[in-house]
Ligand binder design. Structure first.
Ligand code: AMP
Ligand code: GLY
Length: 418
């Protein structure tokens, strides 16, 4: 099978790493890829926003499956255009991608089909939103409707913060012209990703991300500072609940709305008093969740992804290792605000010799040297028979990697070890 992977972050590096292990794989390309992905695939510089150029490339190279990592090309209708050209893709169509692309779409879908989530109201008038907030009180959550690079959500602890958040939404342009105000859910978060062909659903093992930039869940929200799997908070009872009350009804709800959802459905969950509620849906794999879930997957991911695209997932199963995995994100100092780039990175070879798998999130080659090029730079992943052992070992690997101003959390998975 000839495969084209779209994207170049840590999640895509993990996808490339896993796809490369498939006996089905023949030629492998990535756009734009990364210095890490280049170990497995030929990386090609084409804009991932240019659907026509991507379709042409896939035709030219006789690609059998295009795997799409990030949400933007999905929201931008890349899968629709590939399918129209007769090319199979792992990823959902544009109408399905609204489940991530529009918070209002997702919330209304959940309400209509009784999928458990926080209570909410939608506003396009800031004054009306403020009046509602004053009536409800804090803590309360304010969200921009559209994609805002993970920054469009403000969890306000007091009324002042909440009212300011409404004004801040204007800074997100079109994404913030409509806002959702929702009930604050007090619980523990987990991510359950599922593969689906629009009929059958195969949930992956649950992971827990660490969204805040500093230890103890302090500081700003980020794309994710580390993750581990399996997440013990999602026990068998909650896993069954997530499948029966959230994943299956959501795929069925979309179907009832005329949308066949194929690809990966990511349910961001809050576990409140033993019940899972949806915080958000994403229309793609999680980052960094993918970096801990895939190392534990024993099945052939490429075979599964092809079956999702092909509508033939019904006879497939996934087998999992009994180990645990942890990933620590090494980020540029200052992230998620501004940070320096082009700083040389040392120690990767040493860390690999200690057993780590290193996923490149934001690196590039400059004058033959590996340097930083993004906020999240590396994801250092370790698997071990127990989570405790994985955590102890991963930090030994992290400590041998260096770049100036490096920042990472020292408490990844600490909650699960308590
Ligand atoms: P989202 O982009 O919707 O996932 O929101 C980003 C983060 O904000 C989530 O991962 C949660 O940590 C937090 N959050 C969002 N909605 C809520 C809510 N209703 N209650 C509590 N925390 C929330
Ligand atoms: N780790 C959060 C996300 O992928 O959206």
């Amino acid at each position: 099978m000839n495969v084209l992977l779209i994207g170049g972050g840590g999640r895509e590096h993990a996808l490339a790493w896993k796809i490369s292990q498939s006996p089905l794989l023949e030629k492998f390309f990535a756009i734009p890829g990364s210095p890490g992905i280049a170990d497995f695939a030929e990386c090609v510089e084409i804009s991932i926003a240019d659907n026509a150029a991507l379709v042409n490339f896939a035709k030219e190279k006789n690609i059998n499956l295009v795997v799409i990592g990030p949400e933007a090309p999905l929201v931008n209708g890349l899968v629709d255009e590939l399918n129209a050209a007769g090319i199979k893709a792992f990823g959902c169509t544009k109408d399905a991608a609204q489940i991530e692309g529009s918070k209002i779409f997702a919330k209304r879908l959940m309400k209509k089909y009784h999928i458990p989530t926080a209570e909410f109201e939608v506003f396009d008038n800031p004054e009306a939103a403020k009046n509602y907030i004053k009536a409800k009180g804090a803590p309360i959550v304010i969200k921009a409707d559209g994609l805002a690079a993970g920054k469009g959500v403000i969890v306000a602890q007091n009324l002042d913060e909440a009212l300011n958040a409404v004004d801040e939404m204007k800074t997100f342009g079109a994404a913030g012209s409509k806002i959702v105000v929702e009930e604050f859910m007090d619980g523990e978060e987990a991510s359950v990703l599922a593969l689906t062909d629009g009929e059958k659903i195969l949930p992956l093992i649950a992971a827990q991300d660490h969204k805040r930039v500093f230890d103890g869940d302090k500081g700003l929200n980020t794309g994710g500072m580390g993750a581990y799997a399996p997440a013990p908070i999602v026990d068998d009872k909650i896993a069954a609940q997530v499948e029966e009350k959230i994943l299956k009804p959501t795929i069925a709800a979309l179907k009832a709305e005329g949308i066949t959802y194929r690809g990966c459905l990511y349910a961001g969950l809050m576990i409140v008093d033993g019940t899972a509620k949806v915080v958000e849906f994403n229309c793609r794999f999680g980052d960094p969740e993918t970096q801990v879930v895939l190392p534990l997957m024993e099945s052939d991911l490429l075979e599964l992804m092809y079956a999702c695209a092909d509508g033939t997932l019904s006879d497939k199963k996934i087998s999992w290792s009994k180990s645990s995995a942890v990933c620590v994100i090494m980020a540029s100092g200052g992230y998620p605000k501004s940070y320096k780039k082009n700083l040389p990175i040392d120690g990767i070879t040493k860390a690999k010799s200690l057993g780590a798998t290193i996923f490149h999130a934001g690196t590039k080659i400059l004058n033959d040297e590996l340097v930083t090029s993004g906020g999240r730079v590396l994801g250092v992943t370790m698997t071990a028979p127990t989570l405790r052992e994985a955590v102890e070992k991963v930090y030994k690997c992290v400590e041998v990697i260096h770049f100036d101003d490096v920042h990472y959390r020292k408490d990844i998975a600490a909650r699960a070890l308590k």
